[in-house]
Design a binder for this molecule. Sequence first.
Ligand code: 13P
Length: 245
Amino acid sequence: MGYLIAGNWKMNGSRGSAISLASGLVARANAAQMQLPGIVLCPPGPLLPTVISAISGSAIAAGGQDCHAKDKGAHTGDTSASLLADIGCRYVIVGHSERRADHGETDAAVRAKAEAALKAGLIPIICVGETDAERDRGGTDAVVTRQIKGSIPAGVTAGAIVVAYEPVWAIGTGRTATSGDIASVHALIRKVFGGEVSVLYGGSVKGNNAAEILAIPGVSGALVGGASLDLDDFWRIVEACPHGK
Ligand code: 13P
């Protein structure tokens, strides 16, 4: 199972910044002497064609930040997984905590989106993670267990999906979970899932803490927000992936 570094640009960027970031990454990937991890860029939807054209022919992949559970129809403002696949995406993030919070997405809704992604031939990056309040009352394991059971399609094989553990309190705050907590939640996720699924860590992963986080047992890569908007910082995270795994 190789490492995966995914950049979630969230609602940031412009055509100009997307071209310079994506083409800068392609130049670094092409010049790299090391064995690279998988790299995925998830820009806002309108920038996907720009990014896909900039990464064309490179080892870098593109992904959506969300998809609808249905394949088509009267769903103004939404995007289907099949359209994401059609324009050249290989991944799609589903169930990000910002979508769970801002759009009231339940575990069942997230699972339906993941099913749509699988049907479209995409790899869903299924996000889970507890809030500050849930953690404070000792509920991390229960919340993550419920999310894994509720959000992952039944019977899916480990290789068809990626899970991202993103403690909500660590997103955009500069706080990260301890190595012990990350290792234990990643082990819990695999136990509840029942297989060797790839589990990314997300939440304030930066160039200066990536090596430490990526070396934690059970961490398969990172889902990076803020630092993915900076070419140098994102590339430091890519380079921090341990070799030979
Ligand atoms: P930050 O890296 O900005 O904390 O965001 C993490 C995240 O939510 C990625 O999906």
